[in-house]
Design a protein around this ligand. Structure first.
Ligand SMILES: O=C1O[C@H](COP(=O)(O)O)[C@@H](O)[C@H](O)[C@H]1O
Length: 260
């Protein structure tokens, strides 16, 4: 891997502008060469960054296909749903439609496999006490595979990543067994330390196969973790993002980079 490009700017606004200009360049290059742009989205603070910055870019929006680096296994109407957050804040501000987002099906569980036709979505919502992530992860792998060459690891044009104050990225948490998961592209997690507990997440083989990975981080609250990862090189989940044949960017504002 090339060494990470660390972009230090002053304000959160500049983080957003840098991030969205970079996305614009990557998207337009991908559209020119492949006629499609495949991007992986994270949740959390990134949603607001993109809602603010993406309306300013120029691109062929019809060529965008948007996937989730991780997603909470909750109905899209839930305030915890990452897709729900993008639907609310982004669709309408840019000409993207819901079906350009490759969404999880939070209603899938082993219990109801094969008998879905008997139940409407609202019935399933009413009947199920919990939403199960195992089948949602399997279903998401199947949906994702349709967009990539058969028999090869998906290679995203770009993955937009967040980092929690504990160093997690996607839904890969410090010390969790999923950090070493190599057998599946997308794994279910039922015990996320950050609520909600049920999620699906990309695993490191897919993350590190991307052409570009971008962290966009703002605020003093992340400074200690940014230092532990970029300066002290501690083995924390966000520090394991090292695209083998791709580029890694960390875009940091003054607060986030203050301990570097
Ligand atoms: O739970 C999550 O947290 C991370 C980091 O969120 P942030 O608000 O600290 O930026 C996010 O990247 C991930 O997608 C989300 O599920």
């Amino acid at each position: 891997m090339e060494s990470p490009q660390i972009v230090r700017v002053k304000t959160e606004e500049e983080v957003i502008n840098n991030l969205c200009e970079l996305i614009e360049a990557i998207a337009n290059k991908a559209i020119e060469s492949e006629d499609v742009f495949k991007i992986g989205l994270s949740g959390g603070s990134l949603v607001n960054f993109l809602a603010t910055g993406l309306p300013k870019i120029t691109t062929d929006w019809s060529k965008w296909r948007l996937f989730f680096c991780d997603e909470r296994v909750v109905p899209s109407e839930s305030p915890d749903s990452t897709f729900g957050a993008y639907r609310k804040s982004l669709i309408g501000s840019v000409p993207l439609s819901e079906n350009q987002f490759i969404q999880i099906d939070p209603h899938l569980t082993g219990k109801f496999n094969g008998s879905h036709s008997k139940h409407s979505k609202s019935q399933r919502l009413a009947v199920l006490p919990h939403f199960g992530p195992e089948d949602a992860a399997r279903d998401y792998i199947r949906k994702m595979a349709l967009f990539f060459a058969p028999d090869s690891l998906p290679r995203f044009d770009v993955l937009l990543l967040g980092m929690g104050p504990d160093g997690h990225t996607c839904s890969l948490f410090p010390g969790h067994r999923l950090l070493d998961e190599t057998s599946v592209w997308i794994a279910p997690i039922t015990n996320s330390p950050k609520p909600p507990p049920s999620r699906i997440t990309l695993t490191f083989p897919i993350i590190n196969n991307a052409e570009n990975c971008i962290f966009a981080i703002s605020g003093q609250g992340k400074a200690e973790m940014v230092k532990r990862i970029l300066k002290d090189k501690e083995d924390l989940p966000a520090g394991r993002v090292k695209p083998a044949d791709g580029k890694l960017y960390w875009i940091l504002d003054e607060g986030a980079s203050s301990l570097l």
